[in-house]
Design a protein around this ligand. Structure first.
Ligand SMILES: Cc1cc2nc3c(=O)[nH]c(=O)nc-3n(C[C@H](O)[C@H](O)[C@H](O)COP(=O)(O)OP(=O)(O)OC[C@H]3O[C@@H](n4cnc5c(N)ncnc54)[C@H](O)[C@@H]3O)c2cc1C
Length: 245
């Protein structure tokens, strides 16, 4: 990590940084804090790797020697549960499999939480989590109503606030689904949930393993989504602070 940057961060956020397996790791407690870290990183050209629980994917090896991790584990609160409108808003570091534990008493349930998935909600979106209902592949993004995210230039994208200027109208949930930390840090997600009374009639989702290879091929591809992601990266990450694949 760049020494001047480290000094600045330690002074501004004495409790914010830890060394996990020797990797400097910042734990933002809000989108605003993450935005501030991104802005400061931009000033020094500090490279950043976004992490959920870092279950299986950690930035290790020479390639990442000077990088800093931003980890979502302190963005782990339930923001809002609104039974009449069937939605829940959680921090990106909330464990996906624990959603049903908090909405069960409100007579609600969430299909992707009916599993032993070990990751965070933000990580699940970023790896493009999907399940099979016996007939079809069901992506997690089908249940995503909105996200709040911090972009590498320090801007915060959220419903009703800033949206991407260059891709206005584009469904933001699709941009972060399968983005593998290359677009920005998801800090908050709102999921559509279902009435518990329908649980018996709903097929069980068998979760599918993430396909990073497909992502790596797609990110350079000529689909509209690939083009949109490249445009966002050029506009909001001109210093290439984030990992690219
Ligand atoms: C059936 C099944 C099979 C699986 N098989 C494998 C396997 O073979 N190999 C394997 O590695 N894992 C596997 N997993 C686990 C799954 O990949 C991890 O749980 C996943 O990595 C998400 O965990 P995490 O939240 O800790 O995210 P991390 O592992 O920390 O991060 C995963 C990716 O998401 C990005 N990311 C995380 N959080 C955010 C955020 N808030 N905003 C933006 N980007 C973010 C990271 O940059 C990284 O690219 C499997 C899961 C299932 C259900």
């Amino acid at each position: 990590m760049i020494a001047e940057f480290e000094n600045e961060i330690r002074e501004a956020y004495p409790e914010g940084i830890t060394w996990q397996k020797t990797i400097p790791t910042f734990h933002p407690e809000s989108a605003e804090e993450a935005a501030d870290i991104f802005r400061r990183s931009g000033k020094y050209g500090q490279k950043i790797f976004i992490s959920g629980f870092g279950n299986n994917i950690d930035p290790v090896g020479d390639r990442f020697a000077d990088w800093m991790v931003i980890k979502s584990d302190r963005l782990n609160d339930i923001k809002n549960i609104v039974p009449p409108d069937f939605y829940i808003t959680v921090g990106a570091g909330y464990p996906l499999k624990e959603i049903n534990q908090v909405i069960d008493e409100k007579n609600l349930w969430f299909p992707f939480s009916r599993s032993n998935y070990p990751g965070s909600c933000g990580g699940a979106l970023a790896v493009g989590l999907a399940g099979n209902d016996g007939d079809h592949t069901v992506p997690l993004s089908r249940y995503l109503l909105s996200v709040t995210a911090v972009l590498p230039d320090g801007s915060i994208v959220s419903p009703g606030a800033k949206t991407f200027k260059s891709v206005s109208g584009y469904d933001i949930s699709r941009i972060f689904f399968n983005s593998w930390g290359t677009v920005g840090l998801v800090t908050e997600l709102t999921f559509r949930v279902l009435p518990l009374s329908k649980l018996d009639q709903s097929p069980h989702l068998a979760l599918l393993g993430p396909d990073k290879k497909a992502f790596e091929e797609d990110i350079e591809g000529d689909s509209t989504l690939s083009e949109v992601c490249r445009r966002i990266r050029n506009e909001y990450d001109p210093g290439h602070l984030l990992q690219t694949a």
